[in-house]
Design a protein around this ligand. Structure first.
Ligand code: X8Z
Ligand code: ZN
Length: 610
């Protein structure tokens, strides 16, 4: 349902009608105008929100169809809708500046600030190229395949990313792991030049808006100066780094025992294809190799899901039931009829999971190729975190229908997933037995392989992109810079020498789709802060790893109150509302894993003295 009721039909006409606009496109700055009033500012914001609501709906509909049915036509349609939106957003961003010196009510001032966090590409041809390149790259990623070639020149059936990931998760033959790793990384070079062209256009748009480059624009979205944000990221990384180093050291020892010293060196970076994940970003699949020898518990969620023949809808129902147990509403019928929960066999789709807010009014959907695994069980809780945020802030106006910052949006579902404890799984019939609370090391280790292992990757993706956008890293150096960061922060190495013309960063969805990544780093900190706060609200005492807020309406109400704020207040206030803290901090994560850190240090000492 569109919300625009008026006679105005085209974007150009809408823009022309906006307060203070002398012409539909261009020439805005040149015109001398009387000093603006508060009333004009408020009118401008209201009209801008109405226009963006319409254009967002067009973009979302075209984006949804493209992402669930990749063809040349749907690609052209989404690029066109995005171009229209970009055109309007850029004009609005420029026009919003006119009100910057006014003393305004808090909400209006905040909306004007949010409007100015946009690219402005004044050249229509450049705008069209920009959105075509963006659509083309995410489609190329979505369609990407590895088609193994045999020595005689014949080929085996092509493999999509999901199948390659399954090999990395389950196979223990290092040659096979390396083959599929390289196979996937051969997809992205095809769009390296597109990416370089796209970066140049994006920077042009950021500069037209007065930002140094697109990286600076991204860093400006956190209610603090962009330089302060970069310093915050570094501070947080330094806080958690010792825990990561301990986990990496332990993991190296175990991988050496598994694959031998010829494959895993005693020091220096470890080959990236051995971590059970295409980007070595989470190491959950190494748990069987890494688990403490004394641990006899082999209750496995993935196995239970397969044994119960849990389908994609039922997986999603499990997650929904968690949210409703907190007092949140049931998902609307359209969620179930319009979501894509299963990978279609008859067409190309972008399988990377995402949560869509189509109209800001409750048409919410998930697109995810769900399989019955432990990982997907967590991911569906992650996605519904986005959905419940979208439902909670739908009563806000357009510009506030968003997370307090993008890290908050990513943290909600993960916070809920931290409550998937052994006792909870037993309660819902997905475990036969919950291990005694006295030995938390196995549970903490399993969690650390998802959360702690992820930290340096979550930090470095945008460290790489910030340098690409600033021009410090040129296209010819994309791979060298990427692997320098991966070695330095993650301690992982490319399994083979750099390929000429390679584009390994582009083998990650968020680079191909140009989605910022610092959000996941922040979310990893925030989810432990939120979890601790909700457990306290629920009156829980004991180790945080055993706390589940399932069924706790008091904790649910606390969470819901923050979600309903949307982006209406600086994120520091949203954090205050849920936790009483006003700073993102790694302390809660460190507290959660403290017993594991002690254990890892002991193991590492023992192993190094052998
Ligand atoms: O992209 C995602 C979600 C959708 S927002 C599935 N995640 C990051 C990734 O896959 O790299 C969740 C964890 C990090
Ligand atoms: Zn997400």
């Amino acid at each position: 349902m569109k919300r625009l009721t008026t006679h105005i039909t085209t974007v150009a006409a809408l823009l022309a009608s906006l307060a203070g606009a002398g012409a539909a496109h261009g020439a805005i700055a040149a015109k001398r105008m009387a000093p603006p009033t508060v009333a004009e500012a408020e009118k401008f914001v209201a009209e801008a929100e109405a226009l963006l609501t319409k254009l967002d709906l067009d973009s979302a509909r075209n984006g949804w169809v493209y992402n669930t049915f990749i063809t040349d036509d749907t690609e052209a349609s989404v690029a066109q809708a995005d171009e229209q939106r970009l055109s309007a957003a850029g004009e609005l961003a420029l026009k919003a500046r006119r009100f910057n010196a006014l003393k305004l009510p808090q909400a209006t001032a905040r909306k004007l600030k949010l409007l100015q966090l946009s690219l402005m590409l004044s050249d229509a041809g450049e705008r069209a190229s920009y959105t075509r390149l963006a659509a083309g790259m995410s489609g190329a990623y979505g369609k990407g395949k590895y088609c193994p070639k045999l020595a005689d020149g014949s080929t085996l059936p092509c493999m999509a990313l999901g199948e390659l990931e399954k090999v990395l998760a389950e196979n223990r033959d290092p040659a096979r792991l390396k083959e599929v790793w390289l196979g996937w990384h051969a997809v992205s070079p095809a769009y390296k030049q597109h990416y370089a062209d796209y970066v140049a256009l994006s920077n042009k748009g950021a500069r037209e808006m007065g930002f140094a480059d697109t990286g600076a624009l991204w860093r400006s979205g956190y209610d603090m100066p962009p330089e302060a944000f970069a310093a915050e990221m570094e501070r947080l990384w330094q806080q958690v780094k010792p825990l990561y180093v301990a986990l990496h050291t332990y993991t190296r020892h175990k991988l050496r025992q598994t694959y031998g010293p010829a494959v895993v060196p005693a020091d220096g970076p470890v080959p990236a294809h051995l971590f059970g994940n295409m980007w070595s970003q989470s190491w959950d699949n190494l748990y069987p190799i890494l688990k403490p020898a004394s641990n006899k518990d082999d209750d496995d969620l993935g196995r239970a899901l397969v044994a119960n023949k849990t389908g994609p809808v039922e997986m999603t129902r499990y997650a929904e039931r968690f949210y409703t147990s907190l007092g949140m509403e049931a998902l609307p019928p359209t969620f179930w009829s319009r979501s894509l929960l299963t990978k279609p066999q008859d067409r190309e789709v972008v399988c990377h999971a995402s949560a869509w807010d189509m109209d800001g009014k409750g048409d919410v959907r998930i697109k995810m190729c769900i399989t019955p695994t432990d990982e997907d069980f967590k991911t569906i809780h992650h996605e519904l975190g986005h959905t419940y945020y979208q439902l909670a802030y739908r009563k806000q106006s357009e510009l506030f229908r968003n997370g307090a910052n993008d890290g908050f949006h990513e943290a909600i579902g993960d916070t809920v997933a931290l409550s998937i404890t052994p006792d909870y799984l037993k309660q819902i019939g997905l475990r036969t037995d919950a291990p005694a609370g006295s030995d938390d090391v196995p549970l903490l280790l399993e969690r650390a392989l998802g959360k702690v292992a992820f930290l340096p990757f979550a930090y470095l993706v945008d460290k790489w992109r910030w340098d690409v956008y600033s021009g410090k890293t040129k296209p010819a150096d994309y791979d060298t810079a990427w692997w320098a960061l991966r070695e330095q922060y993650q301690g992982v190495a490319r399994p083979a020498p750099l390929a000429a013309g390679g584009f390994d960063a582009g083998a990650k969805y968020h680079v191909a789709a140009d989605t910022p990544y610092a959000r996941y780093f922040l979310a990893t900190m925030l989810q432990f802060q939120f979890h601790r706060a909700l457990c306290r609200e629920a009156g829980y005492v004991g180790p945080l790893s055993r706390c589940s807020v399932y069924g706790n309406k008091k904790a649910g109400a606390k969470l819901q109150a923050m979600l309903a704020m949307g982006a209406s207040k600086p994120w520091q206030e949203a954090l205050q509302a849920i936790s009483g803290e006003d700073n993102i901090d790694g302390g809660a994560l460190i507290e959660y894993f403290a017993p594991l850190k002690v254990w890892l240090d002991e193991q590492n000492k023992l192993m190094s003295s052998k």
